[in-house]
Design a protein around this ligand. Sequence first.
Ligand code: SF4
Length: 252
Amino acid sequence: MIYLVEHFFSIQGEGRYVGVPSLFLRFGGCNMRCEGFGCSQETPSGSQVIGCDTVYAVNREHFSQNWIEIADASQLTAVLELYDLPPNVDIVLTGGEPLMYADDPVFIAFLEAMIAKGLRVTFETNGSMSVDFEKFPVYKQCIFALSVKLENSGEAYNKRIKPNTIFSLATNSKEAFFKFSIDADSINIGLDEQIEEIIAHAPNAQVYCMPVGGSKAEVEKNAEPLIEYCKVKGYTYSDRLHIRIWDEVHGV
Ligand code: SF4
């Protein structure tokens, strides 16, 4: 069963297509937890959980009662009718980890419908889940923003870095680029080696570095040290425009 957490029409806030009008569909579930990011959120029952800035789309135990069950692709295509969208709107599939559903026929049917409409489809993925490009050629028409996790995520190395998967996503897709979430404290403790090792698996993919943060204050704290780091390394700094503007408000 596919779970949809939320959908909203906004602008892309980070990465290559920042500022582009985009319809976001956030899918529930993830193969990681990334508690190292240390973002805290209150659950519907009033307790606090720690995780990434979208822990409400990751933590099935505490949040799935609010997720929408998707049994048919028409439920997803119907989302487009809820908004007054421009004809060239970007479709952004995020999570959680949207590639949790990579082999699901309902998910594939939705992707095919979006591509048939001529829309640009971008996956925001942690780059650890493989896609069968030969069985499902629709993925060759999609873009992959590879947010491969670093040590600061708290996840184990073998879980977060899958060299063959990174290479496959980068070389079989229409387009791929890296997006790394980095906090100021991590910059001087082996970050270079971590990033260089990952990007070696897809040498032609551009590298974007974004400040870690689930709030405007956290993003601001991490931004300037990260800009200095990008200037030295030649990576592209990406702000997190949606957090700057809307702070901790979700679904905007
Ligand atoms: S991989 Fe992404 S969505 Fe999953 S827990 Fe980590 S930061 Fe959150």
